[in-house]
Every structure is written in C-alpha cells, then in structure tokens.
Ligand binder design. Sequence first.
Ligand code: 6R9
Length: 632
Amino acid sequence: MSDRIHTLSGYFHEYQKSVTEPEKFWARIADSFHWKKRWDKVLEWDFEGPNVKWFLNAKLNITENILERHLYTLGDKPAIIWEPNDPEEEGRTLTYRQLYHEVCRFSNVLEKKDVKKGDKVIIYMPMVPEAAIAMLACARIGAVHSVVFAGFSSNALADRIDDSKAKVVLTSDGNFRGSKTIPVKRVVDEALKSTSSVETVIVYQRTQEEVSMEPGRDHWWHELSEGVEDTHTAVETDSEDMLYILYTSGSTGKPKGVVHTCGGYMVYTKYTFENVFQYSPGDVYWCTADIGWVTGHSYIVYGPLLAGATSIMFEGIPTYPDAGRFWAIVDKYKVNQFYTAPTAIRALQAYGTDPIEPYNLDSLKTLGSVGEPINEEAWHWYHTHVGKTRCPIVDTWWQTETGGIMVSPLAGITPTKPAYATLPLPGIQLAIMDPDGKELIGNSVEGNLCIKFPWPGMLRTTYGDHERCKQTYFAAYKGMYFTGDGVKRDHDGYYRILGRVDDVINVSGHRMGTAEVENAINEHPLVIESAVVGYPHQVKGQGIYAYVICDMKNRTEQNLVNEIKDTVNKIIGPIAKPDKIQIVPGLPKTRSGKIMRRILRKVAEGSLDNMGDTSTLLDPEVVDKIINGRVE
Ligand code: 6R9
C-alpha cells in the first residue's frame, strides 16, 4: 500500500492532519509496514532531555520490510542495478529475490563470526552491491552498522572505530575511482595499528591487488561465504533499537556519531522517498551519492528498497571516462528519477552542453538536488539541459540528523521556484527564530531554522555522549531542534535555505567543521596556530581558506603550504585539504583572545573595502598584513 500524495490540495490536507493529529497521522503511515508486534504508543517526547521515542515497544526487522515483504510480489524485479566504474566492465543486477538470498547469506557469515545484536560493524567499502548487502545483513541480525566514507584517511577511520568500539570492519582490497585505484585495505591496516576493539576484518575482492592478510583476524569475503546457507531468520529488534551510527562534522571538535533507530527511520525514509520523488512502481531511480553519506543510506538503500523500487548504484565518478558518463547511465538504464548534488551539476556545467548532446534523456521524469544550496544558475542549467524544461526539480533540504528529507517540493505537485526547497513535508513543523530566541511569525522573514515537533526519522542521540546531542541541537532554542542553517521564508511562504550559520562549512556537499580542519593543520610540527573559514567557490560551493601562523625554520613558503596540505590529507582525507593556505604573522584577535572570523571570511571572499568595526582588536595592524598577503 502506498501513502502517496497526488495533488497540491492533497498535500495541504495531509500536512494539516499531520500537525493537528500527528500521532494518528504517523500511525496510519506506519500501519502499512510489517511489524512483528504492534506499538503500545505512537510517540513519547521531550526536547529538553532530549528524549524521543516512536512506535514504543513495537518489534520489527527493517530487512523483512525490504526483503520478505517484496519476495512474492516483486521477487524477479531488479532491486539494485550496479554500474561499475569502468563502462567496459559488465554491470550487475540483483533482483529482490537475489538480494534476499545475498543478505541472508552474509547475515549467516556475520553470525558465524560471532557478530551479535548490538555489536558495531564498520563498513569501509567501495560502491559495490556488497556494501548495501553488508548494511542490510547488519540490520538483519540486529548489529549496528557505521559506514565510513572510503575517502577518509586511516586516522579518521581509526577515530570512528575507537568511538564506536567496533568489533568488525568490512572492507575491500582496493577501490576503483575514475582512472585511479585506491589501496583501501592498506588504510584499514594502518588504522588498526592504533585501535584495539576490532576482532575480525572481512575483505571483499574488487581490484585484485596484493594485500596483506593477518591470520586469525583477516578473511576473504568470498571464502567465508562459500557454502553458507542463503536463508536466515531475521532477528527481532525493538522499534528504538539502534539501526546505525553515522559520523558527521559539527562546529566543534571531532565528528559525532549520529544515532538512528529502527522503527521511525523505516517509516520516515519510505514515506519521504515515495512522496518527494513520486516514485511509481516500475520506475528506475538513481541517486548518485556515496553510501558513506546519509543520502546514500536513506535514498540509495533504505527508502527505495523499502518502497520496492529499483535503485541504481554507481561505483564511479561523473567525469570518467568523460563528462557524459551520468547521461550515458541515464540512457542505458532508462532512469526516471535522478538525484544528485549541486557540486556535481556545477562541475558538469563547466564542460558545457556538448557532453549531453549524444544522449536523449527521454526517460527522465524528476530531477533531485541535495547537500547544499543550489544556486540559480546551476538550477536553470539542470532544468534546461538535463530536464529539457520538462522535469520538475526537487530541491531537498535535510541533514544526517534528520534521517530523511524535511523541506522539498513533491515532484510535479508543488510548484517550484529556483533555489527554493519550497515547503515542509507532512509532519515537519518548522520555526524561524531571531537571534534573541523569538519565533518570527508570518512571511517575508529570515532567521535560524528550527523544528518544533519530533518526526519519526530524527536522530535519538549522539553515540556515547548524550549531553553533546543536547548541547548541539537542543540548547540554542528552548524546546526546539536547531538545524544550524539560516533560512528565509518569502512572501509566498516558500522556504529558501541560506546555508550554515555555525562554524560548519560545506565543501562539495561534504560537511566539515572548521575546528576539525584547524586541528588537522595544527598537527604539523611547525604550525603555531591556524584559523579556517569557507569562501565562495565556483564548483565546490564553498572552498577552504586557511590562515596559518608558522615557525618557518628553513622552509620556503611553498614547501610549507604543501606539507600542511599533506598533513590534512593524512589526518582527515583529500576532501578536507585547504584550497588556499596563507601564512600570516598573526590572527585578528579580540582582547579576550577570540579570533574575529568575520574579518577572515571577508578577506577570503575578497571583499576588502569594508572590514567593519576592528576597534576591539588587540592588534588592528594585523588586518592590513593579512589583506596584503591574501591568496588569490
Ligand atoms: C542530506 C545532507 C546537511 C547540511 C544542511 C545544509 C546543507 C543539505 C540542502 C542543504 C541547502 C539543500 N544542505 N541539503 N542546503 N539546500 N537542499 O546533505 O546531509 O551531509 O548532514 O549535510 O547540508 O547546510 O545543514 P549532511
């Protein structure tokens, strides 16, 4: 049964119901799932704790709602279509029946390795079907997966292993990425030198490169799977048992483990998938995200598969072997819904329209955008050249913490406006707050985006540190979830996300804490202090600009800059490497020792004429020195 909305008045009607009687509303949506035991109560919550529970005491297994549920009706339908990095290599299709058997087999493999309910499993893998199989196998046995983006460094991986106290790591020998191969197993080996919780490593063979295997600890995926039964009885989980941990950056310190639970997340991802994309049975859907990010979790794996959809999984990058690769894949599989990030659109826009010409893209019905604000120019390019002005664009605003899409048009139903995420989905009660903590009522207002009422897909805690969850999201505005984003509600009541208002920068749709990058820079032995800000970047949305005070020793500036970039690469990974590094004699600090980031942002973005009030600075002259040494 589908809970799809079909008309704009239907949307307003559903929205109204979701606000006046939220429990009744979500109970109705939840009714269409398979529960081993129904809930006693729909919702219990307070945003002070915070304490949020959905579908209390209900029992389920999310994979039964993906696998068993579709086995008889959709058994022969493709669940996952995999397109490899190299277009010459043959792709793979897994039907719902095949997916069922593969998940069952790997569930048995994990159980044989003594993985139990509640154990943490790190997935550090390429974009191959086995990564999705691994996630689902964990969910099936009640283990908690934590996918780590395979571009992260061994240090970053080690931090996540330590924080989650993972018992198992699932990885590959190497990854293909465009024309490169990345030695993934070596990164895992390095990370495991400094961690102690991991007992088992299972290695999926992808690139056939040589790897070292530690006897007793490391095993080949294919060897462990050989002869293992391909049926398995799903473990019963509670609605509020942990489904996964996903690490994400915040404005301070190290990444935090966002925790999602089984029942509410299941209900929310399927509901939002069907409604936002207006998925119809038989459609082919493609989200280009990596499973290392929340978009891959909710809208490659869980949402689409819960809906019985065909979900494409692509191993490669948009520009390999050429900038027409996305469009070749759209034509090859007759993709109906295509979901990508503004940074990818802008990167392809730079190649012009020639790479699109050979393809007809007739199958496309809906285009999606996620990860960062989409600028109007990119929106129009996407709309005109990819969607041929025929396909609605759903600009979907949400976060790792929200679990699923929160503000978005419903494809073909909600009238769109370039760069606007438009209206909240049913169940989502937004509030715009001014700096004094007052809610701004009415239209044509701008402020900080908060959410007033719980929704089933929301985070429950940050792993191992509930206080941090409270301080980060529930302390800024009493009784509200604070998103960290600025927003405008225009004269039509439409929402436009303006970007982060905290010290989080968004580089190519990847969230990065400025403090996190600074900490990495400071690891270089000659660095005394650093300050990192974002600046507008043509393709990436935001670039990273680092101001660094160094002891130069006998290095040239260029040498030092390269060494600092290498350090960041090693500590976090290539995505955090600063685009520009300026060696400075000092930083603009107030008398109380606070760095005035406002000034550093202005210099980075090149607006040098008006620095605002600098009278509270300890050493106002430092500003001129910084302006003079600015990196173009
Ligand atoms: C899903 C995802 C979340 C942050 C979020 C916001 C930005 C995401 C956006 C958007 C404007 C959109 N963001 N979607 N900004 N318009 N459609 O990206 O999760 O990686 O946790 O990032 O991304 O700033 O706060 P995550």
